[in-house]
Design a protein around this ligand. Structure first.
Ligand SMILES: [Zn+2]
Ligand SMILES: [Zn+2]
Length: 102
């Protein structure tokens, strides 16, 4: 998410917050952005990958903003679907600069 009250014309890494742990981009790296400024950091993604599969349950995913049944992570009032989890993990794995591993 974007920090409340931030200046959209002058965004710094401190203005991007992980939707799930609330840490900003300067400390929580790497970051993957979803729709409407939603963000998930590498640590929360790793947590989502390690979480046990949950039974289908209806929720709105913070990253794709769709109504989903495949909950991967629920933290900080935000929810992540398994599709976005896997897509974000692939994005980070393909980016050599991210240094991210599962
Ligand atoms: Zn996070
Ligand atoms: Zn999603």
């Amino acid at each position: 998410m974007h920090r409340p009250g931030c200046d959209p014309d002058d965004m710094t890494e401190l203005d991007f917050l992980c939707d799930f742990c609330g840490r900003d981009w300067s400390v929580a790296q790497p970051f993957v952005e979803g729709h409407h400024g939603s963000c998930v950091c590498g640590a929360c993604l790793r947590q989502a990958l390690a979480a046990p599969e949950t039974p289908p349950t209806g929720f709105r995913c913070n990253l794709c903003l769709e109504d989903r049944q495949d909950l991967a992570l629920s933290a900080g009032g935000a929810r992540l679907c398994r599709r976005c989890r896997d897509r974000s993990a692939r994005t980070l794995e393909r980016d050599p600069e991210s240094g991210w591993t599962r």
